[in-house]
Every structure is written in structure tokens, then in C-alpha cells.
Design a protein around this ligand. Structure first.
Ligand SMILES: [Fe+2]
Length: 232
């Protein structure tokens, strides 16, 4: 799944570059790139009820700049695009997640026996840049039980709020997790291709800002209701 996902991603990027370099998007709409939309997924019960004043795109540190959150450091980056491949700038992207023990810093998760991490707030936000880029630093969340029979795989919730638009949410998963195959929400997506678009292969790479941390890339393609691909 991983290699297939990477291959498709590379092909997709290549297609975008080719269309852009040749100016097809402006002069020949029928030849413009058309990306499959990322599937919307529920925001779930643990969206943070109140945004603190200090929140940013670095979830590794909370109030104490000397004390980092527990867990494996990850970098997440990607682009926000529409289905023609056009970047969506100035959109607010929020993420929220469980900590390294599987606990959300959210009153609704207070019935969990899993520990809180005082150095992990579990919520961050950023704005997309001119080319739709965004990035976060965080830690890999642990699985957590959603019920006595359902253990959710590690995942990170995303909300996208385009300028003047409505909030939209999805969830990102980690490649290679055995629990992915048994997750009700991930299994509920309409196709393997839709699942591949939200499963990210985190790798240690020289492109990561920190050589010891893993980097994962998630491009988010917002669907365009009422707009269909031009087949002419
Ligand atoms: Fe969750």
C-alpha cells in the first residue's frame, strides 16, 4: 500500500507540474489536472472546546519551552489544493490528537484511565501559505479504545477552514499500523484509493528539519461540490 501510495503521489505531482509548466490550466481547461478529493471524515468527540492564546503549529512544546511532550517526534507537511490542483492559500488548518499514551486533552475523554501529558496540549493550528503549504511538528499519538471492542489506530484529526468557507474535517493515519485494517472509520471510506490518500508513510529523511524525526506528507484536496471534471 505504501509504495503504491508513494507512486501515485509522485505521478500526481508530475502531472501537476506538467500541466502548470505548459499553461494548460489557463488555456485548455479540458486538459487541466483533476485530483481526487480527500474524503471527509467525522471530527469525532474530542475537538478542543476552547482555543488557548498560545497555540501554534508546534505541538511538541506547550507552556514550558524546556519540557517537550513525551513520544516520537513527527513532522507533518503538505499542501491544500482544490481539485484542479490550484493551491488554497490563507486557509486555517487545525489538528488535534491523542498524546503518546492514547489520551486526549479534552474533558470528554476524562473517563479514560490513560495518563495526560502536562507538556502536550494536543491541538494546533496554522495558515496555509501562498502555494497552499502547511506544516506541523507533533508526536505520534498512541491508539486508544473507543469502546470495549474498538481500538482506534494512531490518527490525527484535521480541520480545514478556507477563508470565508465552512469547516471541513478528515483524519490522517500512519502506514504500517496493524490496527488500520480493523478500524471502522478507515474501513468505511469508499475505496482503497480513498484510504491511501489519508494513510501517510512517515520516514526519517534528510528533508526533515530534524534528522532524528520522521516526516510525513499529506496533501489535502478539497472537493468542489457541483463541479465535475471536464471530459471534452
Ligand atoms: Fe480521534
Amino acid at each position: 500500500m505504501t509504495s503504491e501510495y508513494s507512486r501515485r503521489k509522485i505521478l500526481r505531482s508530475g502531472g501537476l507540474m506538467a500541466a502548470s509548466a505548459l499553461g494548460f490550466a489557463a488555456t485548455r481547461p479540458a486538459m487541466a489536472a483533476w485530483l481526487e478529493a480527500t474524503t471527509r471524515q467525522p471530527a469525532g468527540p474530542f475537538y478542543h472546546p476552547m482555543e488557548p492564546l498560545s497555540v501554534d503549529n508546534d505541538l511538541l512544546y506547550h507552556q514550558d519551552p524546556e519540557s517537550r511532550a513525551d513520544g516520537e517526534v513527527i513532522y507533518i507537511r503538505g499542501r491544500l489544493l482544490d481539485q484542479t490542483g490550484k493551491p488554497i492559500k490563507d486557509a486555517r488548518i487545525e489538528i488535534w490528537q491523542a498524546n503518546a499514551y492514547g489520551r486526549y486533552n479534552q474533558p470528554r475523554h476524562a473517563n479514560s484511565n490513560l495518563p495526560l501529558d502536562p507538556n502536550f496540549f494536543g491541538f494546533g493550528h496554522t495558515l496555509t501559505g501562498p502555494e497552499g503549504h502547511y506544516r506541523f511538528r507533533s508526536i505520534k499519538p498512541a491508539p486508544y479504545p473507543d469502546s470495549s471492542e474498538w481500538l482506534r489506530p494512531p490518527h490525527i484529526h484535521f480541520a480545514v477552514i478556507p477563508e470565508g468557507g465552512s469547516p471541513w474535517s478528515t483524519q490522517m493515519y500512519f502506514a504500517g499500523e496493524a490496527l488500520n485494517k480493523r478500524d471502522f472509520l478507515l474501513g468505511n471510506l469508499p475505496s482503497d484509493a480513498a484510504r491511501e490518500r489519508v494513510i501517510v508513510d512517515f520516514q526519517t529523511t534528510e528533508n526533515a528539519p530534524d534528522a532524528r524525526a520522521k516526516l510525513g506528507e499529506l496533501d489535502i484536496v478539497l472537493g468542489m461540490p457541483g463541479v465535475t471534471r471536464d471530459k471534452a
